[in-house]
Design a protein around this ligand. Sequence first.
Ligand code: NAD
Ligand code: UGA
Length: 388
Amino acid sequence: MKVLVTGAAGFIGSHVVERLLKEGHEVTGVDCFEVYYSRSQKEKNLMPVLLHPKFKLVEDNLSTMALIKVLKGAEVVVHLAAQPGVRGSWGSSFHRYITNNIQVTQKLLEESKSNKLKRFVYASSSSVYGEIQPQPGEEIAVLNEEMMCKPRSPYGVTKLAAENLCQLYHQEYKMPTVSLRFFSVYGPGQRPDMAFNRFCHSILHDAALTIYGDGKQIRDFTYVEDVAEIVTAAVTSEAAVGQVVNVGGGSPAALMEAVTILEEISGKTCPKTFLERQKGDVFSTRADTTRLEKIFGIKPKTSLREGLARQWEWMRKFVQAEDDEQTIKAQVQPITGVDEAGIAEVKAYEKAAKKAARKAKAGKPTKATLAGESHDTASETQTTESDG
Ligand code: NAD
Ligand code: UGA
């Protein structure tokens, strides 16, 4: 199928593109390389697919571009582009969340509502739930899709708003939408603001790990390739149409448990700096996967240890390459000072040459012709005479 993937250069987007291509789909990716994190990381994300004959990348901003450019011919839209990040969504940067999460989703839905799409897959988030209290008999709340959502962060508010928009377009325009609520995704290519990326970075530089709160918070960590597999299944699954589905259930663990596993994998123990809990952070997320398994017949299978080992390997290479780049940059001597005398000499030479050219054009003898060319002219004349 012809699939449009928004946010294709991002962490999850690039894995989804790779998976879709493996399954034989034709993919157009669109991404504006938002400055939220480095362009070079996103370019590296795309390396494995850039030369694939069935992949095309359009670099543009969905909020300002003419969407017809990418929607024409698309049978499926996988909408992953967004401004992510729970803790960064407070304060003055909120306008980015409104534009990239709410307005862009509305624009895509509106402009594709009469295109007879076969599927519109939206990347929702566990952040829409907020802090749900455990049911009697539960140690931590198991989140199911029927629960009332009360986001705790401005980010969660925008992700829920866009999810609601998808539901509305499904109800009123029969758009075949499906919203997948991803739970803390990790693995190679993870965004640099996320916990495991930051921890690996600190371990590699022998720096202290920053832990927000007491580290007992629980996340249903989900490996990125498992997420890509489910997104790809949603592209063709009829049963998914009109649904909201949790994509989690990989490896629920307390943050400090994950840190211990990472230290075992890396063979290093680092000091930890405990800072206060961040606004917007919930205590726990844990997905009920009943609906996921019923619709797709699959659920995330990668264990936290296995997934973290793969992320660690990727981070080692990525950070090494970044550090090498920095070292080279630091060694290159900047050019300081200007050779004023040299510049004046070149300018004088150019001026004289121009003057000589003008005079030569006008047929006047110049110092140059008199001094140099006259010799050639004389010998030419001699040759002509002897020939005759
Ligand atoms: P990411 O930042 O790595 O990827 C998002 C991509 O979208 C970026 O490459 C960015 O340049 C692009 N983008 C943003 N605004 C755009 C615009 N206006 N036009 C064109 N491109 C634009 O983030 P990610 O972690 O890969 O997240 C992907 C999606 O999954 C997001 O919708 C996010 O809310 C959702 N999600 C992520 C997680 C997670 O744990 N990473 C969990 C739940 C939900
Ligand atoms: C992640 C993504 O960043 C969101 O985009 C996504 O929507 C969300 O998952 C989701 O599941 O909905 P989060 O769970 O906060 O958000 O993931 P991380 O950034 O990996 O943080 C996990 C935990 O580690 C949080 O409690 C956070 O406060 C903590 N943390 C993070 C630290 O203790 N130290 C750090 O340096 C970074």
